[in-house]
Write a protein that binds this ligand. Structure first.
Ligand code: HSE
Length: 395
């Protein structure tokens, strides 16, 4: 018989309300919201006040609540809630990619020590069922790479810039108003959010557990009109791409903007949609696309995890169990366009090779090959006058 589930929810923002909407439209699903813990009791709510509390212990200490749904913003508070819940043997569902990426080691240990489920499909690409696919379908070592668009807000901004000539600021404001962006939108714009998701993917794709500082992320905050024109002249757009790839025994990963030719599959992924291309040794390419941000799409993924708990689903971390021992390394050469407003100050010796050097009164740029580790260590990385974009020649 299907198990009845009592939910204790933390957070009733965009995703919490999305979950409430999708729960309301789901029949034959035996889950009841018992309590919702919120930070701002003064806010007007769509549900009866008796359902809310500001005391986290009212949920964590309630023996009737068997599933904790963590949907808050504060990373430290979120980790404490998840840790306490798992220690109390309560199953947890979370959408908090930053918290998960920053605490991967501890979260793996807590699941193992307490023998309870911790599911987080909603943390990666919202409505796209990527984690369970990596765990269950790609449960072998034949997967070669996962590449795609993992952040809805930046994709929304870039789509508006390229398709509607909208300004960056206006498109970002819209992404915020529609509930796609993080409360600190720098996490989206500077590529951190996509990196956190990529780190979670790395665990399920290749059994690799990293810390955020290990993986290179570079966002879209330095893009200017010259870069946009350059892309258009080359029949391309710019997308923020996250990529992890196995070559032999080595795995590399990064999150960076890339010139994506108009004919490329990833150019079908627009606005708040996310898209992933998985490459297997024999299956070759598979493409997943779906809404990557927003209350209802993220709420749907949370619901799917809650539903999976009714039949006792747990991630088995199969790639870790297989002891594949892949080595993570940033020792990987990429081809980049490096543009500087005014005259280039970068010493060309930093590059492996330079194929184009363009100079004009407005901007100079290089097309050059460079080791990822060297970009990460460069002192010009955060110079707002410099923009780095992967060329289309990178896999
Ligand atoms: N800020 C995130 C995004 C929300 O724009 O993709 C979904 O994780």
């Amino acid at each position: 018989m299907e198990k009845k589930i009592n939910l204790g929810i933390f957070g009733f923002g965009c995703v919490g309300q999305g979950l409430y909407n999708v729960l309301n439209h789901t029949r034959g699903f035996n889950a009841t919201i018992r309590k919702i813990c919120i930070k701002h009791p003064e806010k007007k709510r769509i549900l009866d006040a008796s359902l809310f509390t500001t005391d986290r212990n009212e949920i964590l200490n309630d023996p009737e609540i068997d599933v904790i749904v963590e949907l808050i913003d504060d990373v430290q508070a979120a980790f404490e809630i998840v840790e306490t819940a798992l220690k109390k043997k309560k199953a947890v569902v979370s959408a908090n990619k930053k918290m998960i990426a920053e605490h991967l080691d501890e979260l793996l240990r807590l699941q193992q020590e307490n023998g309870v489920s911790f599911l987080y499909e909603a943390s990666c690409c919202a409505s796209i069922p990527i984690i369970r696919n990596l765990e269950e379908y790609y449960d072998n070592e034949l997967l070669r790479s996962v590449e795609g668009i993992l952040n809805g807000s930046t994709n929304y901004i870039l789509t508006h810039i390229f398709q509607h000539n909208k300004s960056f600021e206006k498109a970002l404001k819209e992404a915020q108003e529609m509930g796609f962006a993080e409360s600190d939108p720098r996490l989206d714009v500077e590529g951190f959010d996509a990196k956190y998701k990529l780190m979670i993917i790395l665990v399920h794709a290749f059994g690799i557990v990293l810390h955020p500082g290990d993986v290179f992320n570079y966002g879209i905050q330095h893009l200017n009109d010259f870069d946009i024109r350059h892309a258009k002249e080359k029949n391309a757009t710019i997308k923020l791409i996250a990529n992890c790839r196995k070559v032999g025994n080595k795995v590399y990963a990064y999150c960076m903007p890339k010139f994506v030719p108009l004919s490329d599959t990833l150019n079908k992924v627009n606005f708040e949609y996310n898209g992933l291309i998985l490459e297997g040794a024999f299956s070759e390419n598979q493409f997943f696309m779906g809404k990557g941000a927003g209350g209802n799409s993220t709420g749907s993924a949370v619901l799917s995890d809650i539903s999976a708990l009714t039949y006792g689903y747990r991630y088995e971390y199969k790639k870790m169990d297989q002891h594949l021992n892949y080595k993570y390394s940033n020792d990987h050469v990429v081809e980049v366009y490096v543009r500087q407003k005014g005259k280039l100050k970068i010493d060309p010796a930093v590059f492996e090779s330079v194929s184009i050097r363009y100079e004009s009164p407005e901007c100079d740029y290089f097309i050059a090959k460079i080791n990822l580790q060297k970009i990460m260590n460069s002192e010009w990385l955060n110079d707002p006058d410099i923009s780095i974009i992967l060329t289309e020649n990178n896999t």
